[in-house]
Write a protein that binds this ligand. Sequence first.
Ligand code: C2O
Ligand code: CU
Length: 518
Amino acid sequence: MNRRQFLNYSGRCAAVAAWPALALNAMEREHTIPIASVEFIPDVELELVARPTQHQILTGRATDTWSYSGRLVKGRAGALQPSGSYLGPTIRVRNGDKMRVHFRNELPEPSIVHWHGLEVPELADGHPRLAIPQGQTYVYEFEVRNRAGQYWYHPHPMARTGAQVYQGMAGLFFVEDDEDSSLGLPSGEHEIPIVLQDRSFDGNSQLVYIAGHMDAMTGFLGERILVNGSTRNDLALASAAYRLRVLNGSNSRIYKLAWSDKTPITLIGTDGGLLDRSASKPYVTLAPAERADLILDLSQRPLGSALELQSLAFSGVQSGMGMMGGGMMGRGMGSRRNALDQGDEFTVLRVRVSKRETSRFSLPARLSQPGFHRVEEAGNRPSPRVFPISFGQMQWLLNNETFHMTEVADNEIVKSGSLEVWEFRNTGSGMMQMAHPMHLHGGQFQVLERLPAAGFESGRRTVSMGFTDEGWKDVVLVWPGERVRLLMKFGPFKGLFLYHCHNLEHEDLGLMRNFRLV
Ligand code: C2O
Ligand code: CU
């Protein structure tokens, strides 16, 4: 926060402006809400409103949902596009754009917006302590510092992230830059966003979510797969090349995406934008919040031919569960929501070539300069920070603790601007172990290495060829038994940021911690 902004905020902050440290503490407690600052001139200015809505998802009754709706106040016409479903409008901006977003909360409970994957200042990051009550407006001001990529936005209130996202609160946020735009990749109607979510409905077409703590312990799995907020999963395409921009927007479901005819998956980008060159994989493993930028070239396929995008079977997400396995939480209970279990196989999309188009597309050999950092330059390379993920007393723990709103442990204080190695250790108690998609706020990281553990190979082998560790990431799936090392260059900002499991039920149960940039 620069001085001017600080004065702005402190203006609403009783009469404590003379003593900055006190003022900040007071604000943390009172949730003083940022307003527009005078000297910030936005390139793109939006209004985003969260409110209860209804959407026709199934045939029959409309479904009660919660949605973001948007209005472009200032900026390019394409900066905000309605999603056509309960999903929030798609935001499309350029690297370097200055953004102001007026977020108004009309939900009957507190909420706040997190710009997932973006490197933004503390007060623009959507920390739960900044959540605003119904009727209030929170003004975000930040510059888009990220490279081109597929990011997204979703709520981040205390213990209610999973529930709010599940009700429909999420939207895409694309960043463009010259490097990406100069490649001639498929665009316009040849660029297709694909948001994957699973939901369960009752007999009245209403959403059904977890029933309680036990339910939440493993994470929620819906039995219907929605693509872009719809149960319609067929795409009529032309004989041309397509860029598919896939987001796993599910609360806890992991996808193992593959083409039904064994065509390899052509991966060109990950969470934080383009790879240096494309990668060919038998399948892509996509954990909650992860993104995959795919090329599907249909130019050689005959008119009328069809292809499916499937999620293939995998196993081992939950291990060593003792009494939990199969019994209390497994299928044994016959609960409805497990009709489509984690690791079950299903069809995601049906693609049909229904229009002839003569287009020539060849993927450039070189896609981008990712600008990766060198591990040799990490200040703490000899002794990386280690963050264990564990389970004890019916609770998930991170760094041996649960989440407390503003608590930061000694090993969670990080120098702003530093380059560091972090290690997540999913080697905790044998009582209950699960794969955890770990997410850091504050930017993108590189996955340095994975150190798998004996005893978990058979499950791990069912997904490991689909890991997308070669690109910039903000989420990494940490398999049971695994130790995963990351290289993260922290932003120039200061303040409180989060790292947590992006299984949203785990996050809400406290598998989340703060780190403080100083
Ligand atoms: Cu997408 Cu802290 O989350
Ligand atoms: Cu988790």
